[in-house]
Ligand binder design. Structure first.
Ligand SMILES: Nc1nc2c(ncn2[C@@H]2O[C@H](COP(=O)(O)OP(=O)(O)OP(=O)(O)O)[C@@H](O)[C@H]2O)c(=O)[nH]1
Ligand SMILES: [Mg+2]
Length: 400
């Protein structure tokens, strides 16, 4: 499962991606800077469980900073999407293909309104970012629709003549788009279309189905980016009014990237997601950097509480996808693995995942030899098929 960073050209996708993954994607103020998708590892931020337990963690697959655990999640930064991309305009098809495995999308919108619909620079405030929100959803829905329609005859034949189950077959044919059977069932319920007679669906009905499925299979968090620019504040209010059900998070990817870079150099201390930073070596800051930090503090951190980048990732993974974080350990008394590493790993699991699912996630062998699970906090056994809870610490008991 990946988080896809999407949007029209020149809105800050690569800046957001670089800040989130600390890798160096190419950034420039013109459209189509990114052609090949960038892949990297971003992090979800959760409270560090070692704090309450009074132990010192030795993370292996994750990072522990200042009382938070940063849990890895794959992220992909794709080429900008322009109107009619689903017909192949711009880098359309390629962009869309790169998104197949994304479980959720972070839609980067230029909330400063300083780019037209193709990503060409304008003066701040000249473009309405509300248009961008509508256009991106529609492009993805039209892309879905096109793929379904091309396969519809085959699907209808197999359902209506060979008697195959619509839900199963649909899921199988479009698994490559990240569509799951549960999504198909939910989209059928929502649209009230007849899964036994797909040949009779009109194009309009198929489009409404594609739209319902897009909402379920590619849910979107809107990052209202360039929030550091003055006119963005008014636009963000409008975005929230216009789309009351959308998840809209003000972000300044540029601010996050600068703070993380300076923190990496040891010039400031900054924990991703926090609303403040501390300057450690003021003598190493240029006058320009000092000015930029002042603007970040005043226009971003004090106005919005944080740069929003961490919040957008957390919202996508924990709220929208409903993932939970679970910590497997081998020794439930010392909370460590076989080598004495305390709380070494943190895994992202689907909501409803059971101890048995966790066992398989650690290793197939552990899954196959699963006997029982122990909640390390209470030292009690828990049912192998009961859903795990967010931030559980679990020992899996296996037969030797
Ligand atoms: N003021 C401001 N500028 C930003 C912010 N994020 C990105 N930018 C600027 O926006 C321009 C485009 O940034 P990129 O990250 O290359 O945008 P992109 O969406 O990846 O662009 P393409 O790859 O061409 O589609 C650059 O000049 C960035 O410095 C932000 O939070 N605030
Ligand atoms: Mg880019």
């Amino acid at each position: 499962m990946e988080i896809g960073v999407v949007g029209k050209p020149n809105v800050g996708k690569s800046t957001f991606f670089s800040a989130a993954t600390l890798s160096r994607a190419e950034i420039a103020n013109y459209p189509f800077t990114t052609v090949e998708a960038n892949r990297g590892v971003a992090f979800v931020r959760v409270p560090e469980p070692a704090v309450d337990l009074g132990v010192e963690p030795n993370p292996r697959n994750s990072v522990s900073i200042a009382g938070y655990r940063f849990v890895p999640v794959e992220m992909i930064d794709v080429a900008g999407l322009v109107p009619k991309a689903h017909e192949g305009r711009g880098l359309g098809n390629k962009f869309l293909d790169d998104l197949r495995q994304a479980g959720a999308l972070i839609h980067i919108v230029d909330a400063s309104g300083a780019t037209d619909e193709e990503g060409n620079p304008l003066k701040p405030g000249e473009h309405d970012p509300c248009d961008d929100v509508r256009f991106l959803e529609e492009e993805i829905e039209l892309w879905f629709f096109g793929i379904f329609r091309r396969n519809w005859e085959k699907l209808a034949r197999r359902v209506q003549l060979a008697g195959e189950s619509f839900e199963r077959l649909f899921q199988e044919l479009f698994a490559g788009l990240g569509v799951r059977e549960a999504h198909v069932k939910a989209a059928l319920r929502e649209t009230e279309l007849d899964p036994e007679k797909p040949a009779q669906w009109s194009d309009e009905e198929l489009f409404s189905f594609a739209r319902a499925l897009r909402r379920l299979a590619k849910p979107i968090v809107v990052a209202a980016n360039k929030a550091d620019v003055a006119v963005a504040e008014e636009n963000i209010k409008r975005l929230k009014r216009e789309f009351p059900h959308a998840r809209i998070i003000p972000t300044s990817a540029m601010a996050e990237l600068m703070l993380k870079n300076l923190a990496e150099e040891g010039i400031i201390s900054y924990v991703p997601g926090e609303g403040s930073f501390e300057v450690l070596k003021p003598e190493e800051l240029s006058p320009k950097q000092k000015k930029a930090l002042e603007i970040i503090k005043k226009n971003v951190l004090e106005r919005y509480g944080s740069t929003g980048v961490q919040q957008a990732i957390n919202t996508a993974v924990l709220d929208v996808l409903g993932k939970i974080v679970v910590f497997p350990v081998e020794d439930e008394n010392r909370y460590c693995d076989g080598e004495g590493n305390v709380l070494p790993d943190a895994f992202l699991l689907d909501a409803g995942a059971t101890p048995r699912d966790l066992a398989y996630k650690i290793h197939t062998d552990i899954g196959e030899n699963f006997i029982a699970a122990i909640d390390a906090r209470t030292k009690r056994r828990i049912a192998s098929d009961a859903p795990l809870k967010h931030l559980d610490i679990i020992k899996i008991v296996t037969k030797k």
